[in-house]
Design a protein around this ligand. Structure first.
Ligand SMILES: [Zn+2]
Length: 445
């Protein structure tokens, strides 16, 4: 008896390398899942009676579960509270005063809410960066997602906080049957001094994990780092040893050409969250330069206070459009490259390029079934064009993580959505209080 058969699906295949990828469709195939792995993919015809569970996917597209390479998932509890402000006011007048209200249970319920939204939109793995991550891990375990969790810490919290989060990294590594991995997360070079960064690297090396950090988020951050420290943020990370472990760098809009040379020589990837950059008027990232240098790029949403949703389809759509618009070259970031970034390259950014981001035998069974029959897809001349430019989060019908069906025909099976929404609503009055004198940090990069 095998575990799960997905019958009669069309299967998205992304092949080739990042510079010359090709996207194609295997028509009418069966996918056999055994345990948490994809066992084989063959033309339709397998006898379904030999399986514990069968999903008929006729007319649906099977593709890799999407990966969100940088988020602050519990921030969904604050969404809509910081609108039409620049990045300085976003941090100093809104986000950091709001987060002074945060309690551990807010993170638990916020994580459930955010992951419910993401599983419903086909995101199966998220690299998350936030506080009280022991509570977040319990929520991820319950809801059935895969996550690379990182507990954000500031230099102002002192070295005890590094030891405390290192213990958490050790204790939660491989939790939820292997669905949870844990990394260290000093917040950013402008909120952590050199000693704090070095001590974080020592902890990461001892635990054999990577570091998830914000870096050179804007050109202004690069400029002020040069003025204050005589180094760019990327040079600070190099000097303090951060690049001696694998890293995820969030945003990096302020990378200089020599920064990109540094990044190309180390094991790093860039998390790219274009909606945040547009809303906070941060500018455009040098994505084409990153990729030309061999630095992998992954799709991200960032938190919902700057992105409003955790809809990675929006990131997929905005990414090529911003690159086309800002370079004035409509041929830049064509559809196969955008899909390569959304799948294989995003998996590479979180250090799982050999296990996620492709529907192929031996890979982890994280996949989604997408319904391209809506009017906004018809007459569907090009499936791949529809995936990048037409698909809505609600087109995802079924979501499978680690071989387990977590959403089936739009029904989330692991949690009670009404309970989550009620728990979060019960917290909104307290969470919406802003006391700037109580803010947890000051943004002054
Ligand atoms: Zn962030």
């Amino acid at each position: 008896m095998s575990d799960l058969l997905i019958r009669r699906a069309d299967v998205l295949q992304i092949t080739g390398d990042k510079h010359t990828p090709s996207a194609s469709i295997l028509r009418d195939h069966d996918i056999v899942i055994t345990g948490n792995r994809i066992e084989r993919i063959v033309p339709t015809g397998i006898d379904p009676s030999q399986f514990r569970d069968v999903i008929d996917a006729a007319g649906l597209l099977a593709m890799p579960g999407l990966i969100n390479t940088h988020a602050h998932v519990p921030m969904v509890i604050f969404r809509g509270l910081a609108e039409d402000v620049n990045i300085d006011r976003w941090f100093n007048d809104f986000m950091w005063p709001l987060e002074s209200n945060l309690e551990p249970d807010d993170v638990y319920w916020g994580t459930l809410l955010g992951f419910a939204e993401m599983l419903e939109s086909g995101v199966t793995t998220t690299a998350d960066h936030y506080f009280f991550m022991d509570r977040a891990a319990h929520a991820v375990e319950k809801i059935g997602a895969r996550a690379l969790l990182a507990w954000a810490i500031f230099g102002s919290q002192g070295h005890d906080k590094i030891r405390e989060t290192a213990d958490w990294v050790r204790d939660f590594q491989g939790a939820a049957g292997g669905r949870i991995r844990t990394w260290m997360a000093p917040h950013a070079p402008y909120t952590c001094d050199d000693d704090f960064l070095r001590a974080s690297v020592e902890a990461a090396k001892r635990l054999n994990v990577g570091i998830h950090i914000h870096a050179a988020e804007t050109p202004q951050q690069t400029q002020s780092s040069l003025e204050k420290r005589g180094q760019t943020p990327i040079q600070v990370l190099q000097q303090t040893g951060v690049f001696e472990v694998p890293t995820i760098l969030a945003h990096v809009l302020g990378a200089t050409p020599s920064d990109i040379e540094i990044m190309a020589k180390v094991k790093t990837g860039v998390a790219h969250a274009p909606k945040t950059y547009m809303k906070l008027a941060m500018g455009a990232a040098p994505l084409l330069q990153f990729r030309a240098a061999g630095v992998p790029v992954g799709l991200a949403t960032d938190g919902a206070v700057s992105n409003n949703t955790l809809d990675i389809w929006e990131s997929l759509r905005l990414m090529p459009m911003i690159q086309k618009m800002t370079t004035g070259v409509a041929e830049n970031l064509p559809i196969p490259e955008a899909l390569y970034i959304a799948t294989r390259e995003s998996a590479q950014v979180i250090g799982m390029g050999d296990q996620l981001g492709s529907v192929e035998p031996g890979y982890l069974a994280d996949l989604i079934l997408v319904d391209l029959n809506g009017m906004h897809h018809q007459p569907l001349h090009s499936i791949t064009a529809s995936l990048v430019y037409n698909t809505r989060a609600s087109d995802v019908r079924t979501t499978i993580v680690n071989g387990q069906v977590v959403m089936r025909d739009r029904q989330l099976l692991t949690v009670d959505k009404a309970e989550i929404a009620a728990e979060v609503r019960a917290r909104v009055n307290r969470l919406a209080q802003r006391t700037p004198a109580k803010r947890i940090q000051v943004y002054n990069p």
